[in-house]
Design a protein around this ligand. Structure first.
Ligand SMILES: NC(=O)c1ccc[n+]([C@@H]2O[C@H](COP(=O)([O-])OP(=O)(O)OC[C@H]3O[C@@H](n4cnc5c(N)ncnc54)[C@H](O)[C@@H]3O)[C@@H](O)[C@H]2O)c1
Length: 390
């Protein structure tokens, strides 16, 4: 039997997931929720939605959809809202999917407290939480996790992950992204709160408070956690207003990992390349630049070779909804996998791969890196909430 699902937040990013969730064969019913009514209409009026969407299932707020009987909510609202909204959803009895990261707010201690609350809420409610981390389902990450499961890396020795996204990147200018996120009702409310609660007290934003694209690859492939970090920040070179409330333009961190290896992470917002990728090195084999490398030689891999297969009926349904075979969606085709993983996990009552324990692991690494950078590289311990089975 299929499940019912509510999509909360149908803005620039949430809108990219709507057709995928609607068309998944294990979804019987879809509800739509956004504070901006025209964002609901964009899908509610679609002919292809008629079979799974009823107009009664349009909601103007998270509070309202929490009172409905849908089983699971997909929260793709602005980044400062994720953790409180996910806690609210689970307390209302819903399984929940969250866009990344766990939360992004200027205060690191408050962020760690939200990590704590999320883990506690999952434990108390017994409901599932999944983080929609796109890098986790990049073809490279899927391939490396398969190689790790075979033991092909040998002992892990070193890994690197980076999210290079210059604030002025022509195809995705962060000033435009922020402008759009602040333009809606939720954004306008936050503009006042962030100024009063943080900026006026000198608590500034940080690139490392959006760390999941860089940390999730190495952490998930090595299945290790960050233990200790030393990080440094570079003050913004530009005087662009984008950096008015940013502590650093770029932050770079070196972590000691629980498996004895080291991991180097970059979160850079002033740079001339755009990429979110990783490399992992081991005593028997290594992965870098889409190549598997060992003393036996080098194998160059295509995205198709690196991807895990999707169940044929799911691939078929996604292709039909997209109207073509390139149905995987954005961020290196990760969207289709994120949607499938969440729906399949909820329908089969199993824990999603990027569960709350993974999610807080990616987040805490960034929070502690920023704290270290503010203290000029002082080595700091990274907290961890353990693993689900414990
Ligand atoms: N690669 C990635 O994983 C990736 C890429 C882009 C964005 N994101 C994440 O996705 C999130 C959304 O980004 P976006 O650009 O779509 O933002 P957006 O501002 O375009 O959309 C957010 C939507 O959420 C709605 N909303 C907020 N509070 C609500 C509430 N209480 N009830 C109902 N609706 C509510 C807003 O009205 C808005 O339409 C961001 O937090 C970002 O972190 C992740």
């Amino acid at each position: 039997m299929g499940i019912s699902i509510g999509l909360v937040g149908l803005g620039s990013f949430g809108g990219q997931f709507a057709d995928l969730f609607m068309s998944h064969p294990l979804v019987d019913r879809v509800a739509l929720c956004d504070r901006e009514p025209e964002r609901i209409r964009a899908f509610a009026d679609k002919e292809s939605w008629k079979g799974k969407f009823n107009r009664r299932d349009a909601y103007a707020s998270l509070e309202d959809i929490c009172k409905s009987d849908v089983q699971a909510l997909v929260v793709i609202t602005q980044h400062w809202l994720h953790a409180p909204q996910c806690v609210q959803a689970m307390e209302a009895g819903k399984h929940v999917y969250s866009a990344v990261p766990v939360i992004t707010i200027p205060d690191g201690d408050e962020t760690l407290e939200w990590c704590n609350r999320l883990v506690r809420t999952v434990r108390q409610t017994g409901l599932h939480y999944m983080l929609g981390e796109t890098t986790y389902y990049h073809p490279q990450a899927m391939y490396c996790r398969r190689k790790a499961a075979e033991g092909a890396f040998g002992e892990f020795t070193y890994a690197e992950g980076e999210y290079f996204h210059g604030y002025d990147r022509p195809d995705c200018d962060l000033r435009d992204v922020y402008r759009k996120r602040y333009a809606s009702k939720a954004g306008q409310e936050w503009a006042g709160i962030i100024r009063e609660r943080y900026f006026q007290k000198g608590i500034l934003e940080s690139p490392m408070h959006y760390p999941t694209h860089s940390t999730s690859g190495p952490i998930s492939v090595m299945n290790a956690r960050a233990v200790k970090v030393s990080a440094f920040g570079q003050k913004p070179c530009s005087s662009d207003p984008y950096f008015d409330h940013q502590s650093f333009g770029n932050e770079t961190a070196l972590f000691q990992m629980s498996n004895g290896s080291t991991m180097r992470i970059c979160e850079h917002r002033e740079c001339s390349v755009g990429r979110e990728t990783f490399r992992v090195y081991g005593t028997k084999g290594s992965f870098e630049n889409n190549c598997w490398k060992s003393y036996a030689g080098e194998v160059s891999l295509s995205a198709k070779e690196m991807r895990d297969p999707l169940p044929p009926e799911v691939a078929e349904a996604f292709a039909k909804a997209a109207g073509h075979e390139q149905f995987y969606g954005g961020h290196e085709g990760s969207h289709a996998y994120l949607v499938h993983e969440f729906v399949d996990a909820i329908a089969h009552e199993r824990r999603p791969a990027v569960n709350v324990w993974q999610a807080v692991r990616y987040m805490a690494a960034g929070v502690m890196a920023h704290k270290s950078a503010l203290r000029n590289g002082e080595p700091l311990d990274v907290p961890d909430w353990g693993d689900p089975s414990k």
